[in-house]
Design a protein around this ligand. Structure first.
Ligand code: C6P
Length: 413
């Protein structure tokens, strides 16, 4: 890459991520390009979780003793960090879940179950991850509403004409759409889509799994009703994610899981619900993971989400350029606004073989349908290989990918 103007020093950032400094195989450094599946963690996050377990572990919201108070303060402190990170109006709008999948299921099982019925339409898109299709299919089967999918244009962007028309013609109650595609890279214009949805009297849920880790996301500017995302894709631990919801909606929604912490009063005859956000956080939560998420948010904020986004745009553009030079390699998705993923095929080599060959050269990519089977069906592809980038990837790693792909082609020639 010629004269890159990176917004921060990548070597300094890489030093923060212990896992990056190992040999994948003896003599072969690790090139980690599977970040859309899950990102690596900085030492600050790992250390914060370790320190919590060594010094402050106790259950939250329950004890009067010092350790429980410390744990509760750290847990609720993380909620405020997440609130500021996505510019929510109140920490009560931040519900901790296990991840994007659980956040979407929560909306389906509470708002959806209480609201949707025969004659209603939920609008998704054909590029959605299974996490934003299957929960709605399951509920549609039970409740009898219709699930429709906005089609794509050839460049891998949504057909917004059809979207606009369907919003006018169909009784749409909810639009549920990914912000960033984990396959095509397309960044959908969700603020625009939210405005159109609201004009048509529908709500909008944004799947932020592939956007919140990579770019500034402001829920008030987007005016989305719900936003779902996962900690593990944004330098935080697995097992924790977030559902943001507008307060009035969350207040009106019934709870989903019942148990400790989500109640106000329980008698043998019945129960009443706790206030937000606890109404949706039944049982002992993932305390250490939530604390880790708070530290990850600090880490990303210190680098600056604008800077991270710019850095990733530079790396992705470089990767797309270099991949397009390789004969027989096809990259999917040509949206102008795109995130840090490049899903591709190599003529004559199955995607799994591509991934295996790359692994032998120390390069970790994902191969398969990436939990987007309907999109792969549409593209008539059984599988793609996918390189996905994060804030610590370098041009040299893109070069290593390209060199390894040439080697794989030679091996299969
Ligand atoms: N995509 C990928 O390799 P969970 O598993 O709940 O943290 O996230 C689910 C999810 C939802 N929406 C989008 C857009 C996603 O990309 C993902 C996770 C990973 O592409 C694992 S399948």
């Amino acid at each position: 890459m010629t004269d890159p103007i990176f917004p921060y020093d990548i070597a300094t950032v890489r030093a923060d991520f212990p896992v990056l400094h190992q040999e994948h195989h003896p003599g072969t450094p690790l090139v980690f390009l599977d970040n859309a599946a899950s990102s690596q963690k900085p030492a600050a996050v790992i250390d914060a979780m370790s320190t919590y377990y060594r010094q402050s572990h106790a259950n939250v919201h329950r004890g009067i003793h010092k350790l429980s108070e410390e744990a509760t303060a750290a847990y609720e402190g993380a909620r405020k960090k997440v609130q500021r990170f996505i510019h929510a109006a109140s920490p009560r709008e931040i519900i901790f879940t296990r991840g994007t999948t659980e956040s979407i299921n929560l909306v389906a099982q509470t708002w959806g179950r209480a609201t949707l019925g025969p004659g209603d339409v939920v609008l998704a898109t054909v590029m959605e991850h299974h996490a934003n299709i299957v929960p709605w299919q399951m509920l549609a089967q039970e409740k009898g509403f219709s699930l429709q999918y906005v089609p794509l244009l050839p460049d891998g962007t949504l057909n917004l004409e059809v979207y606009r028309r369907w919003l006018h013609e169909l009784p749409v109650k909810l639009v549920t759409v990914m912000h960033g595609s984990n396959v095509l890279g397309t960044v959908n214009p969700v603020a625009h889509m939210a405005r159109l949805a609201h004009e048509a009297g529908a709500l909008i849920l944004v799947d932020g799994a592939q956007s919140v880790p990579h770019m500034p996301v402001d829920v008030q500017a987007l005016d989305c009703d719900f936003l779902a995302f996962s900690g593990h894709k944004m330098a935080a631990p697995t097992g924790v994610g977030v559902l943001y919801g507008k307060r009035a909606l969350l207040e009106a929604m019934p709870p989903w899981m019942g148990g400790g912490d989500m109640i106000s009063r329980v008698t043998l005859a019945g129960s009443t619900w706790n206030e937000l956000p606890y109404k949706f956080e039944a049982g002992t939560p993932a305390i250490a993971e939530v604390i880790g998420l708070g530290v990850a948010v600090d880490y990303l904020s210190a680098l600056g989400m604008e800077n991270i986004h710019r850095q990733e745009q530079l790396i992705t553009r470089y990767a797309l350029e270099r991949l397009s030079e390789i004969p027989g390699v096809t990259v999917y998705g040509q949206a102008e606004q795109r995130g840090a993923v490049a899903a591709f095929t190599v003529d004559g080599i199955h995607a799994h073989d591509v991934a295996q060959m790359l692994d032998a050269d120390g390069i970790a990519v994902r191969a398969g349908h990436h939990c987007a089977m309907p999109l792969h069906d549409l593209l008539s592809l059984p599988a793609t290989a996918r390189a996905s980038f994060y804030l610590y990837n370098t041009p040299a790693e893109v070069d290593a990918l390209v060199t390894a792909l040439y080697r794989a082609k030679q091996a299969f020639a």
